[in-house]
Design a protein. Structure first.
Length: 192
């Protein structure tokens, strides 16, 4: 996987954490140190979940090797489509639900981070079929999520929750694009 693809994947998977962090920042008005701590929670959890998915994917790789590109395409498409659906749903005027739970405690923060990282586990399953270096990718995803979640908390503090859906929409489009590229590459229709 090229460095650009890893960066795009990291940004895509960080988009929902960024959106949730903006919502939490708008609700909680964190200090810089609180935003950094929240960013660390998001980043660590987001780095671990693709490794878990990757391990599960490796366990099943021998059984599905002939259709792995279809599985990657399907999983990335579902995750990306869900992100787009959530972005559009949160963008409608009648929906005034906050982008993140209102709980202030660590448990609410961890629950939010886990909720936003489930897509990374699904993507991790896809990565198992591609023979990638999961360590490099997990670190990239974790660092990107840490930076974006920290920034999201601070942006939310000042700008409110309006930017979250746009980040989620862009992330969803990027994931669908990556899944399509993987499928077309494996079918021999494009060379990357």
């Amino acid at each position: 996987m090229s460095p650009i693809t890893i960066l795009l994947l990291s940004l895509s998977l960080s988009a929902d954490a960024f959106a949730a962090a903006i919502g939490r920042g708008a609700v909680h008005r964190p200090t810089l140190s609180a935003a950094v701590r929240a960013g660390l929670v998001f980043g660590i959890i987001e780095a671990v979940t693709p490794v878990i998915g990757w391990a599960l994917g490796l366990a099943a790789a021998g059984f599905v090797q002939s259709i792995d590109h279809w599985i990657a395409f399907g999983l990335l498409g579902l995750v990306g489509g869900n992100m787009i659906r959530e972005a559009i749903r949160h963008d409608t005027p009648e929906d005034d639900t906050p982008a993140a739970p209102r709980g202030r405690g660590r448990l609410a923060l961890i629950a939010t981070a886990v909720g936003t990282s489930l897509d990374a586990a699904a993507v991790g399953v896809s990565l198992a079929f591609l023979g990638v270096n999961i360590g490099v990718i997990a670190v990239s995803i974790g660092l990107t999520t840490f930076v974006l979640a920290t920034l999201g908390m601070l942006i939310g503090r000042f700008a409110g929750a309006r930017l979250g859906p746009a980040a989620e929409l862009i992330g969803g489009i990027l994931l669908i694009g990556m899944g399509t590229r993987i499928l077309l590459e494996h079918l021999g229709l494009i060379a990357w």
